[in-house]
Design a protein around this ligand. Structure first.
Ligand code: LLP
Length: 463
């Protein structure tokens, strides 16, 4: 059995682990625009405002903890991705990062498509009026019921993930009298530079069909012969929170190579390739994410070059960013409950949420930053660990950060860049009530996902 270090980490006092990004900031009141959503600023009194609303007002009206989502930033990011990729490409927002009916409406209005990976996400998308042809359906083990629902609704594409699924989707489509547009997800053998749990294109993992050993070629052969399927392209997703474009380059090259082999063997040029999502965002000041136009140019250039070399017409490219769109648009607002200085160790700041609203620190050793947001402070920096209220010592929200030494219970602190994979991975551990998502725009705030109540918990518990 493998063992890893306990997430509580090595003991240290005011000394950070070697190589850690944090350094005592000269002015803790400065908000790094890399990690905060675009309308965030401090007002004349030093309190943080977002969309023109002060956080204390949001806390008063909606309670804490709460995810505060900057709607105009979300929309601006959608437009930036759509503009960067242009009319000859498609951007599918990956709903797993965060999905709600309001989000679906924003995507629809901003011209994006939507990638869903479960019946629940599909239901949300359809309910909120996303046209089915703009939906891609993913997943490594779609149930027959999910396949029926997707085919029946007329989704624009189903991304096939296994040999069994090729047969299942073909059978279902035929039974429903449809011809389903599909892509085949291949694993290209690239190890993306990210956490092992979120890297998905090296060979020893559960997703897709390997290019190696002719597996993908065999999948293509089968898909092309089945009446219920219209094979339109090849899909590759190499991982998540990636900054280095080299992995995408190798992936694009291998996918184009497969397209050339398909043309040689079957005489067909598949019209689409999807290079997945996975583009990294800034969680701390140390991260340097790329802008959508750089990414679009880089991917477009690679595919065009490789296709020219292989004598293929350039296929329509699509991408599936989730985190890069929603991640930076939200922060989690917490109230400080207790402050526990442990002599010679560190100061623990406990907030009213924790691993139930952000599991990423415990699960991936993720790094976040944190700021005092209900006021400014001129006090000296104090090295802290921000922890939650769960019965578990690994319940850490921010491992190491600096907050002002005059921090007090009742202060509001916020963790930026929690828009992706926080609410969507939230749990009811310890019967925590999952926080609301509050969308803020132009001086207006509204709940788009409400806070859970004890009635919600008890409704499922049938006694
Ligand atoms: N497309 C496919 C096929 C995917 O599997 C994913 C993410 C995406 C697109 C979107 O990736 P993004 O652009 O958001 O990185 N829970 C983890 C991330 C898991 C990602 C799963 N697949 C985390 O919190 O980091």
């Amino acid at each position: 059995m493998s063992r890893s270090a306990h997430p509580a980490g090595p003991r240290h006092a005011d000394v950070l682990p070697e190589g850690h990004w944090t350094a005592p900031a000269t002015d803790l009141n400065v908000l790094d625009e890399k990690v905060w959503s675009r309308t965030v600023t401090r007002d004349a009194d030093g309190a943080l405002t977002v969309g023109g609303i002060e956080v204390a007002k949001l806390a008063e009206e909606f309670g804490t903890p709460a995810y505060i989502l900057d709607e105009s930033d979300f929309r601006a990011r959608c437009r930036a991705w759509a503009d960067a990729f242009g009319a000859d490409a498609d951007v599918f927002y990956a709903g797993k990062a965060f999905l709600s009916r309001a989000v679906v409406r924003w995507l629809r209005e901003e011209g994006l498509n939507l990638d869903v990976c479960s019946g629940g996400e599909l239901a949300t998308a359809l309910d909120a009026g996303m046209p089915a042809e703009r939906i891609a359906f993913h997943g490594n083990n779609k149930t027959v019921a999910e396949i029926e629902r997707a085919v029946g609704a007329g989704v624009g594409r189903i991304v096939l993930d296994s040999f069994q699924e090729i047969a299942r989707v073909a059978h279902t489509a035929q039974r429903l009298g449809r011809r389903q547009r599909v892509q085949i997800r291949v694993t290209v053998g690239v190890e993306a530079h990210t956490h092992e749990f979120i890297a998905t294109a090296h060979e020893d993992q559960k997703f897709g069909i390997a290019l190696a050993d002719g597996q993908a070629a065999e999948a293509v052969r089968r898909a092309l012969t089945l009446d219920g399927l219209e094979l339109v392209g090849i899909h590759s997703h190499i991982g998540s929170q990636i900054f280095d474009m080299a992995g995408f380059e190798v992936s694009a090259r291998r996918v184009v190579q497969l397209l050339a082999e398909i043309r040689d063997e079957h005489g067909v040029e598949l019209p689409e390739i999807d290079l997945g999502g996975g583009l990294g965002i800034a969680y701390t000041s140390e991260d340097d994410p790329r802008e959508p136009h750089e990414i679009a140019k880089s991917l477009g250039d690679i595919v065009t070059r490789e296709c020219e070399a292989a004598g293929l017409a350039t296929p329509r490219i699509s991408v599936e960013p989730g985190r890069a769109i929603v991640g930076p648009t939200a922060f989690t607002l917490y109230e400080v409950g207790t402050i526990k200085p442990l002599e010679g160790l560190r100061t623990y700041v406990s907030v009213d949420g924790g691993m139930s609203d952000n599991i990423r620190t415990a699960l991936y050793d993720a790094e976040y930053s944190v700021s005092l947001v209900s006021r400014s402070s001129d006090a000296d920096p104090m090295l802290v660990r921000v922890v939650g209220k769960h019965c578990e010592s690994g319940d850490i929200v921010v491992k190491d950060a600096f907050l002002p030494a005059d921090l007090a219970p009742g202060d509001l602190i916020a963790v930026p860049a929690t828009g992706a994979y926080c609410r969507s991975m939230a749990s009811n551990y310890n019967h925590a009530l999952r926080p609301p998502v509050v969308a803020v725009r132009d001086g207006q705030a509204r709940v788009i996902v409400r806070r859970e109540t004890e009635e919600d918990l008890l409704r499922l518990d049938v006694g």
